[in-house]
Design a protein around this ligand. Structure first.
Ligand SMILES: [Zn+2]
Length: 99
């Protein structure tokens, strides 16, 4: 499954249209909260599951989305955090969680 369209919607959602016709949206706060980079994963591991992160507006603004190979996208946030590589399966998974 691959995206045929990816865009930021209403400055608040990552909208993805998949090649099977399904459309999903992921709230940017959930996208950031589920950032799959090593730094964010270890931060999440160090906090309890009840921890609710507070983000600045920079941390929730996407300034760039790039393709990584043919299996993932990389997201650059306005606070320069750009190490999170979201593979398509993962994107599908977190968008299902948040619908
Ligand atoms: Zn991260």
């Amino acid at each position: 499954m691959v995206p045929v369209q990816i865009k930021i919607k209403e400055k608040n959602y990552l909208f993805i249209k998949w090649n099977d016709g399904i459309e999903t949206s992921i709230k940017l706060s959930n996208l950031r909260k589920n950032c799959p980079c090593a730094v964010c994963i270890s931060e999440r591991d160090n906090n309890s599951s009840k921890y609710i992160p507070i983000y600045s507006s920079e941390q929730l603004s996407v300034i760039d989305i790039r393709m990584v190979g043919s299996y993932a996208i990389g997201i650059t946030w306005a606070d320069d955090h750009n190490t999170g590589i979201y593979d398509f399966n993962y994107l599908k998974k977190i968008s299902e969680l948040n619908q």
